[in-house]
Design a protein around this ligand. Structure first.
Ligand SMILES: C[S@@+](CC[C@H](N)C(=O)[O-])C[C@H]1O[C@@H](n2cnc3c(N)ncnc32)[C@H](O)[C@@H]1O
Length: 287
């Protein structure tokens, strides 16, 4: 079988789960991972015939993909902000919109240096550790901590810190339990991408997300969709230093509600931003 025929096979076998563009993206990821052929090289090599053993590798992969398993879990690897992260079904696969949040944090620090002194940064709901690790890589002057309620996620986050050669402290904590706790030392920045998908939105989601990614990372009740934002805002009121910054990734349908919540709590300079798809996706505010 030629490479270009394999591309067609991906489209037809995955058509029940993915549209053509998604299937092609999966094919190109598979090509890069299994044969180390990058996108531009594929265009030059698409007439090449696969060896029997290479074809068997792609067929094995397709057999897993048709079950709806995300390719990142199959390979155990995801890319985020130019870094490589180990992933398994205990952690959410890092998303491109979260890269935009990380970029906003870095640009904000570069453009408006925070008051001097001890610089501490906290990532709440760290999962794979992608936010905390990418920020430590680009803002090495900060002491970075990531917390999560799932010990299994923290084990992966720790491995990812080692993989990317950064020092990040990981803590096993439940933010809902500690929202009224004041710690000894304040943070300069708190950032979080907490669970924010409502039960109603869950019904319209892609089967491969529903069946494979950890529900504790994704979902909140219809009645209290901002439960994590309220808890994190309460925690930030007690634990951000003067002028400290709070960054959130948010549900695209709850931009104004999140702004109102922060306003009500007394945060200042609240800014709501859209992601590259034009959806309300992140908020920054200052204490
Ligand atoms: C949307 S995921 C974000 C993961 C990662 N930060 C990212 O951006 O890809 C939310 C994370 O919050 C964690 N989480 C859920 N409930 C929590 C709680 N009560 N306290 C702390 N972390 C919690 C989940 O385990 C999950 O890792």
């Amino acid at each position: 079988m030629k490479l270009k025929e394999l591309a067609i096979k991906f489209n037809s076998e995955l058509s029940a789960l993915y549209d053509d563009a998604e299937s092609q993206a999966l094919f190109l990821m598979a090509l890069a991972q299994l044969l180390h052929i990058k996108h531009h090289a594929y265009l030059l090599r698409k007439e090449e015939t696969l060896t029997t053993s290479d074809l068997a590798k792609f067929e094995g992969l397709l057999a897993e993909l048709v079950t709806g398993k995300p390719i990142q879990y199959i390979f155990g690897e995801a890319h985020f902000f130019g870094l490589s992260f180990k992933v398994n079904p205990e952690v959410l696969i890092p998303r491109p919109e979260t890269e935009e949040l990380v970029d906003w944090v870095i640009q904000t620090v570069h453009n408006s240096p925070l008051a001097s002194g001890h610089k501490r940064l906290l990532d709440i709901g760290t999962g794979s550790g992608c936010i905390a690790i990418a920020l430590k890589k680009h803002l090495p002057q900060f002491d970075v901590t990531g917390l999560d309620m799932a010990a299994s996620s923290l084990a992966i986050a720790q491995e990812n810190a080692e993989l990317n050669r950064v020092e990040v402290e990981f803590k096993w904590q439940d933010i809902l339990q500690m929202q009224h706790t004041k710690l000894q030392e304040p943070y300069a920045i708190i950032v979080s991408n907490p669970p924010y998908i409502t039960q109603t939105e869950k019904e319209g989601m892609h089967q491969n997300v529903l069946a494979n990614e950890p529900h504790r990372a994704l979902f909140v009740s219809n009645e209290k969709p901002l439960v994590f934002y309220e808890a994190i805002a309460n925690f930030a009121l007690l634990n951000l230093g003067q002028g400290g910054l709070l960054f959130f990734e948010i549900n695209e349908h709850l931009g104004q509600e999140t702004v109102d919540l922060l306003n009500h709590k007394g945060f200042k300079n609240i800014e709501l931003r859209k992601d590259m798809q034009g959806k309300d996706r992140m908020v920054c505010s200052r204490l």
